[in-house]
Write a protein that binds this ligand. Structure first.
Ligand SMILES: Cc1cc2nc3c(=O)[nH]c(=O)nc-3n(C[C@H](O)[C@H](O)[C@H](O)COP(=O)(O)O)c2cc1C
Length: 339
């Protein structure tokens, strides 16, 4: 599998086909650097509001920040019209020239506050606008990526025709999340439809949806998807990256395939410190607790540590608890998580 994987995906040279998906509130720079360290070949920013950026909102401008060891990063925008998107891309070019490997358009978000602006998956109902957005971004000398969902029966075009139009307009990569907007995150992703699109548009379709085990990624890639975007599966178990890489035949540091308690704790503390410094101690607390709920799989003592962490508030206290948490893991012979 390793040998058959394309070295360039959507105009971006990649070491593997595994990409950290864009996740609002989550894929901030320290999290992206963390997942790069675990094996993500590329990472996404959170979706960034085009309108917010041109209004010079400080919060939105800060979202263009990139820290060391993250490259390649794909910048993802959401916008309701082409002028806003174009102006935002001009602003990003001024503020962050050379920082990003590709620029993406969110045509997938089903959340009401994004739909209300005519953005996200609302664009599936306005194919001409979606096409003009792709054309506008092609001026920036960066690969243009789009992220879409499956079109509902009431949409003007089928998903296949929608993708065809975006590709004709110059999109370099289209990631398809196999759910309709109305499904939001419920039910199961329609992997068959995503894989069919990959067959129809060879080398152009990336997959998203329900990647919780290495085999899920393998299934998409075997069907011709050029890359797989990992989202909730990566939050549930960040070590899905090294495990999937190994399944695909890449050589992976054994310490990541069989991570010790000490390594997992030190990675979390380093990540928490980084988030506290770059964003806020409160966000460090939230995100570390979220990751903790899936890490240390199968290690006796973790349930008690998770319970105690949940009752601690503030990153400093949580950090102190985690720094001295060895006594929770009474069976020190179980250092390795079961594969
Ligand atoms: C918390 C969260 C935030 C998300 N934010 C974005 C976003 O900013 N842009 C986007 O295109 N998709 C976003 N998504 C969708 C994911 O990128 C992905 O397509 C979706 O979760 C399906 O993959 P999964 O089933 O493997 O989680 C988000 C998903 C989650 C869970």
């Amino acid at each position: 599998m390793k040998e058959t994987f394309p070295k360039v995906v959507g105009g971006v040279p990649l070491e593997s086909p595994l990409i950290l998906a864009p996740m609002a509130g989550i894929t901030i720079p320290p999290m992206r650097a963390f997942f790069r360290k675990l094996g993500a070949a590329a990472v996404h920013t959170e979706m960034i509001s085009g309108a917010g950026l041109i209004r010079s909102s400080v919060k939105t401008k800060n979202m263009l920040a990139v820290c060391e060891k993250e490259d390649p990063v794909i910048l993802q925008f959401f916008a309701g019209d082409t002028d806003t998107l174009y102006a935002a891309a001009c602003k990003a070019e001024q503020e962050a020239h050379g920082r990003f490997a590709a620029v993406g358009i969110n045509m997938a978000c089903p959340m009401p506050k994004v739909l209300k602006k005519g953005a996200g998956s609302r664009l599936l109902q306005y194919p001409d606008r979606a096409v003009s957005m792709v054309r506008a971004l092609k001026e920036f000398n960066l690969p243009v990526w789009a992220k879409v969902r499956i079109c509902s029966d009431r949409a003007p075009l089928s998903t296949e025709m929608f993708c065809e139009k975006l590709l004709e307009a110059g999109a370099d990569n289209i990631c398809v999340h196999g759910r309709t907007p109305a499904q939001r995150y419920s039910g199961t992703a329609d992997k068959e439809s995503v894989m069919k699109l990959a067959q129809l548009f060879p080398g152009k379709i990336s997959a998203s949806g329900d990647v919780f085990e290495p085999e899920d990624a393998l299934q998409y890639l075997n069907a011709g998807c050029v890359s797989v975007f990992m989202a909730r599966g990566a939050l549930k178990d960040p070590f899905i990256f090294p495990q999937t890489l190994a399944t695909l035949g890449f050589s992976v540091d054994n310490r990541l395939l069989c991570p010790s308690i000490e390594l997992q704790i030190s990675l979390l503390i380093e990540l928490g410190d980084h988030i506290a410094e770059m964003a806020s101690p409160r966000l460090a607390e939230i995100l570390i607790k979220r990751l903790l709920s899936g890490m240390f799989k199968g290690i006796p003592g973790i349930a008690e540590l998770r319970r105690d962490c949940a009752s601690f508030h503030g990153w400093n206290d949580l950090r102190r608890l985690m720094s001295g948490c060895e006594h929770y893991f009474e069976r020190r012979d179980v250092l390795c998580r079961p594969m």
